[in-house]
Design a protein around this ligand. Structure first.
Ligand code: ATP
Ligand code: MG
Length: 432
């Protein structure tokens, strides 16, 4: 497939990284979600780089201080450049059935579906790499030094333009090889309002139960990515519509449609809008607390007001809700503990005897204040009044400088103009 000239607004440090690899004699491209987002007129959340250099060669080019080889099933290099972390992977080809069937532990797993890929470390050419990717919209390559776009499957640009999720190759086989691809497909549907091509959709319905065989660590990582994106509510909706949620987050699936769950999704949507609009930073623990709040209120009933007393019962109730809600996924302890603290502080905001100064000194004040504002916005309360009453972290209560940061440099988010609701679900039409 010939390369076509195409100008995309790529950040300078990414161009530098690619040209460093090219200067060392290795073919290198931006691949994956960044190209998809740029063609849709959206700002990429990060850049994935693919190159002919092996992981060791990448490490040699950037040096051990900036480059670290990670992963077993899929080895790649984390390269730090310009203060940002990039994932640099070596071109892969589809692994042979023999090499794919042996896990990183060196064992064959007879109990798993026949075609499941347990190890994906067979290196190949750029074109082979494109064909082993999951969906046509994810298989575009871009060389930002030459401003060239390459659509090896010949279908990616058209599918982005018409909003279609199409598996590359035989969709049933691709989902059996790696059931996480079904979750990835539904994220695309939710996030961009894309629809499925018929064969991919049929395969998804047929193969959905295989998601049980996906490695738990990969699913937990997906949950982290969902909670740290600004599209999480849209992902969950697509998962529910297609029946994936009962495997992925069964507690939320069971509660789906109930007033408590509706409220949780409204809060989560509000949080996502505020992240997308730059009002508050993206935090996984805050996302967890936001989704969990209505379930905590339901569980504690009128006792919710006593949570701030930090009683063991209250703490156990909150921990129990968080555990149930996100099971069977395992969230990092640090995030769960932070979400617990954010939830515990909520009751303090409404407590007439609570001392604002004391509350503001808490490490979780910024997140907890943000959750208060989210709640208030969803309930159509007076957000501006609360913003005044509870200043952002770093602001003194009277006449202090407000730079929106606390001592740890944690952003609290300052006053911002009233935001627009109902973002358009689709980005701009792609340029051709
Ligand atoms: P995001 O914007 O969420 O990062 P992404 O598509 O870039 O979306 P990544 O997980 O960063 O998702 O993966 C980068 C690229 O690697 C994908 O676009 C796709 O081409 C390829 N890829 C990722 N996971 C798989 C998979 N399970 N099977 C095949 N290809 C995959
Ligand atoms: Mg990506």
């Amino acid at each position: 497939m010939p390369a076509m000239k195409h100008e995309l607004p790529v950040e300078n440090r990414v161009i530098e990284l690619i040209s460093t690899l090219q200067g060392a004699g290795f073919e290198a491209y931006i691949v994956g979600g960044a190209i998809r987002d740029l063609l849709l007129g959206r700002r990429p959340k990060d850049y994935d780089i693919s190159t002919a250099a092996t992981p060791e060669e990448v490490r040699n080019v950037f040096g051990r201080r900036s480059a670290r080889i990670i992963g077993k099933r899929f080895r790649l290099v984390h390269v730090r450049h310009g203060g940002e972390l990039f994932e640099v992977s070596t071109f892969r080809r589809a692994p042979s059935p023999e090499s794919a069937a042996v896990g990183p532990d060196g064992r064959k797993h007879e109990e798993l579906p026949e075609h499941m890929i347990l190890s994906d470390n067979s290196f190949g050419t750029a074109e082979e790499d494109a064909w082993r990717r999951d969906f046509t919209v994810n298989a575009l390559f871009y060389d930002p030094v030459r401003s060239e776009l390459i659509d090896h499957t010949g279908q990616g640009i058209d599918d982005i333009r018409s909003g279609v999720v199409r598996a590359i190759g035989n969709p049933r086989l691709r989902f059996e090889e790696d059931p996480v691809r079904m979750l990835r497909a539904l994220k695309l549907v939710g996030q961009y309002d894309f629809s499925f091509d018929a064969a991919t959709e049929n395969a998804l319905f047929a193969m959905l139960p295989l998601i049980r065989h996906a490695a738990p660590s990969r699913l937990s990582l997906e949950l982290e990515k969902i909670l740290s994106s600004s599209y999480g509510d849209k992902h969950l909706l697509a998962f529910h519509d297609y029946g994936l949620l009962e495997y992925f987050l069964p507690e939320i699936d069971t509660a789906w449609g109930s007033p408590v769950c509706e409220y949780a999704l409204n809060l989560f949507n509000e949080r996502n809008c505020r992240v997308a609009e730059g009002i508050y930073r993206n935090s996984i623990s805050l996302a967890m607390a936001t989704l969990a709040l209505p379930f905590v209120e339901q569980q504690c009933g009128s006792a919710v007001g006593t949570l701030w007393k930090n009683s063991p019962d209250a703490r156990a109730a909150i921990a129990g809700v968080l555990d149930r809600l996100f099971r069977p996924q395992t969230m990092m302890n640090r995030m769960t503990l932070s979400a617990e603290r954010v939830l515990q502080l909520q009751a303090l905001f409404g407590e007439p005897k609570s001392r604002p100064e004391q509350l503001m000194e808490s490490r979780s004040y910024a997140h907890s204040r943000e959750l208060l504002l989210i709640r208030t916005a969803v309930q159509e309360g007076d957000v501006a009044e609360l913003e005044r009453l509870w200043p952002p972290v770093g602001a003194r209560r009277r006449g202090g400088r407000n730079d929106g940061r606390n001592a740890e440099g944690e952003e609290g988010g300052g006053r911002r103009p009233r935001r627009r609701r109902h973002r358009s679900r689709r980005g701009k039409e792609p340029e051709s």
